[in-house]
Design a protein around this ligand. Sequence first.
Ligand code: BG6
Length: 491
Amino acid sequence: MTSRVIPVAPFTLTVFGATGDLARRKLIPALFHRDLDGQLPDDATIIGVSRRALSDDQFRAFARQALSDHIPASELEGPEVDRFLARLSYVAADADADGGWPELAQRVEAFPDHIPVYYLATAPHLFGPICERLGKYGLSRNGRVVIEKPIGKDLKSAVALNEQIGRIFPEDRVYRIDHYLGKETVQNLMALRFANALFEPLWNNAHIDHVQITVAEALGVEERAGYYDTAGAMRDMVQNHILQLLCLVAMEPPASLDADAVRDEKLKVLRALKPIDDQNMAAVTVRGQYRAGASAGGAVSGYLDELGSSTSHTETFVAVKAEVENWRWAGVPFYLRTGKRLASRVSEIVVGFKPVPHSVFDANVGPIESNRLVIRLQPDEGVKLWLMIKDPGPGGIRLTHVPLDMSFAKAFKVRNPDAYERLILDVVRGNQTLFMRRDEVEAAWKWVDPILQAWRGAKEPPRPYTAGTWGPSAAIALIERDGRTWLEDGA
Ligand code: BG6
């Protein structure tokens, strides 16, 4: 198997928030991996910016530590580490003051032929001020800006932020990251749907019974409780990652993989979502909050303990029965669920097909189970297609349900790159296909806002669930009322 990577042009990447968590855990390791694979052009340059006063060498020492914390030692043995660190330099600058900005401008302008990319790995309230200063110092002229979620906390604040950024950067140079779109298996969803003739004719309400999207985490909120309490699972996961997955499952085939062709189709799905408000909220949503329990064999605290507060109505679990109101999907529920401190870390999409219309088999051959396509995003990325076959052996026909099981690790034996590796270089390539367009973000908030509002108006707090379980029993009832069950772990 040959690897075909699209080369990138020389770039100067400025990372704001360069000493923060995202830079340390994700961006620096991702850039190193691309460099290790020979994908960074010789003179690609990375400038770290934060408020801390650091020399270039101190920043390089910080980056070296980030690499040893997040990359296996065996990959850090060669000369590539020093080559990578030599690309780094550092400028201390504050989003809210002018100090450091002229120096930053000088460093960026030292490479007039490079593509300037500004990655805002900072707290969201700094996105606006940083963009303003990029404008003020002439850095936005041909630059591209990358921002992370949360993009606002509701429609109004998202619109305000998008406007603020839009005054400085045109939409075709704004890259809103949803790191789920950079995950290998999420991309595979497009390959499965549009590079196989097999699925698309069946991909509609005539053949699909329902879809489940689960993004379950075993970890709690831990040291992020401060941020998390202002967000909750709906804003943190559903508004972005889960709705993006839903869009990729439900969208019409785009004419091409051109960024706007794909994003136009996703937008139509978001706009077709059946509204949920105080009228139907109780019937189609469940929110929960974890209490103390057990995870990975050890006792773990409840959410309120982690938060250090005796009360909070923030949900750490959400289940929603969503519906896409269009011809293709009318009558097909999309059951969505996500939560912290669940029984295991697993993200997967299950497409459940309708049962056969008539059985030609005797009742004693066993039940005929419906086909299912399970796309496992993590861990153990892969695809399973569950089929009925004849149980081997003599003595008449007995049926059994088995998966055609493709594990990517076994099939390809290559390292699965982190989503950020792909996404950062897509920014340099100028490819926005895997980034959220402004109208998508706003359409997602438009659907989410009334749900949050209905929850606020409801008297009862989120339902408690024990850490290490699959969430509140009401989430099980949500799907079982419809005669279906949640499917876990590739089942
Ligand atoms: C982030 C959320 O966007 O995604 C986190 O803010 C969550 O709360 C994380 O833990 C999950 O990402 P992944 O890639 O580990 O599934």
